[in-house]
Design a protein around this ligand. Structure first.
Ligand code: ZN
Length: 215
């Protein structure tokens, strides 16, 4: 096929078999870029010209065309600062989901805070169960001190109490302390049991106080 450079009119003979698959160009349609060997300028050879010359429809490489067009489109989109390509849309969707999550957390911040407080309280309570010791009384008879009282499980879980530890003080100094086992020490929530602990009392205690704790 004979081709002529449109600038310097240098003539070329091109093998048609080399021009089987035209390439797609966004602005120029299908064809090929040719460069003149003499003046080094480029021009676009249309595939329709080649088809007319060889009387055969040429098959455009569709994949090439799509690749080039999409590459061109994404370059163009970047230049214009557009983010509405497929990838950009995914990013926007992700941002929207994150924003909704943050908004939901913000709107329910009281619920969330209460949840954290309850969780923290539970963690503390699991270490120190809420056991209430009430109605602590003592009586002295025959040189023995009898200490009685009530133990209540104020916790939300079952608490095991092995016994009570009783300390007898004279003023601020401890004069006696002992431990007394409790028979049924497994307390469901809200259960109250009574205890009674007896021990021989040393003589000469004038300002007597008792302190009770559980173990
Ligand atoms: Zn030329």
């Amino acid at each position: 096929m004979n081709v002529e450079c449109p600038y310097c009119h240098c003539a070329y003979k091109i093998d048609i078999s080399l021009l089987r698959n035209p390439l797609g160009n966004e602005h120029l349609g299908y064809g090929w870029w040719l460069r003149c060997h003499r003046c080094h300028r480029k021009w676009w050879l249309k595939n329709t010209d080649v088809e007319r010359e060889c009387n055969t429809p040429l098959i455009a490489s569709k994949q090439t065309r799509i690749d080039r067009l999409s590459a061109f489109a994404s370059r163009k989109a970047r230049k214009q600062g557009r983010v509405c390509s497929g990838y950009g849309f995914a990013k926007i969707a992700l941002l929207v989901v994150v924003a909704i999550c943050i908004a939901a957390l913000y709107l329910n911040r009281h619920v969330f805070r209460d949840y954290l407080i309850v969780k923290a309280r539970r963690a503390t309570e699991s270490i120190i169960p809420k056991i209430e010791i009430t109605d602590v009384r003592y009586a002295v008879s025959d040189d023995n001190v009898v200490v009685t009282g009530k133990i209540t499980n104020k916790d939300i879980t079952v608490v095991s109490v092995s016994g009570v530890r009783v300390a007898v003080l004279d003023g601020s100094s401890k004069v006696l302390s002992w431990e007394s086992q409790i028979e049924s020490g497994t307390l469901p929530p809200g259960r109250q049991i009574e205890f009674s602990a007896t021990h021989a009392l040393p003589p000469g205690v004038s300002d007597m106080r008792v302190e009770v704790s559980v173990f």
